[in-house]
Design a protein around this ligand. Sequence first.
Ligand SMILES: *Cc1c(COP(=O)(O)O)cnc(C)c1O
Length: 197
Amino acid sequence: MTLVAVTKTVGAAAVHAAYAAGVRDVGENTVQEAARKRLDVSEPVRWHLIGHLQRNKVKALEAFDLFHALDSARLADAVDAWARGAARTMSVLVQVNVSGEASKGGWSLAALPLEAERLRTRSGLAVRGVMTMAPFDADTRTLRACFAGARYAREILRDAGHPAEELSMGMSQDFEIAVEEGATLVRLGTTLFGARH
Ligand SMILES: *Cc1c(COP(=O)(O)O)cnc(C)c1O
């Protein structure tokens, strides 16, 4: 299991401190903030983009090792086109919306099998797994169901032939349950750096 230290809103000093404590993976939710912060970070960390990306900014992915928030077919096609144009592949996680909340992006479990097939033909993408966000303030049972749904989504991707090993799930308020449900990447901000202001 890998800890992704979420450094959004905290400065580069937080990255230095996390690195000194053994953290090697850092998550940001916007490409703008990540680009600014990287200027002050020389440690060889892996950068994760964990937030939504606009289609006109896909080129910014060149600075990231893993994109967690592939949340629509149109974005997938834009990332694929950019990656192929750059003669590379981009490692991505498919975001799934297990709970069906309207405020969250990503595919439903019902829609995923068809999209998993479609993504097979997008050679610029390496689909490494699934990312999900659980509902805020959900009870334990709901959280478990949500994370189990993400695990099932990873099976759907594997069955379609993707190299899907990762399960990015768990934030400060729910990571213990996410780990019990098989998370391979947990994304922690508040727990590591305190409340954001
Ligand atoms: C901010 C953020 C996190 C970390 O949230 P905390 O509750 O501070 O741990 C994790 N994942 C995503 C997608 C985020 O935007």
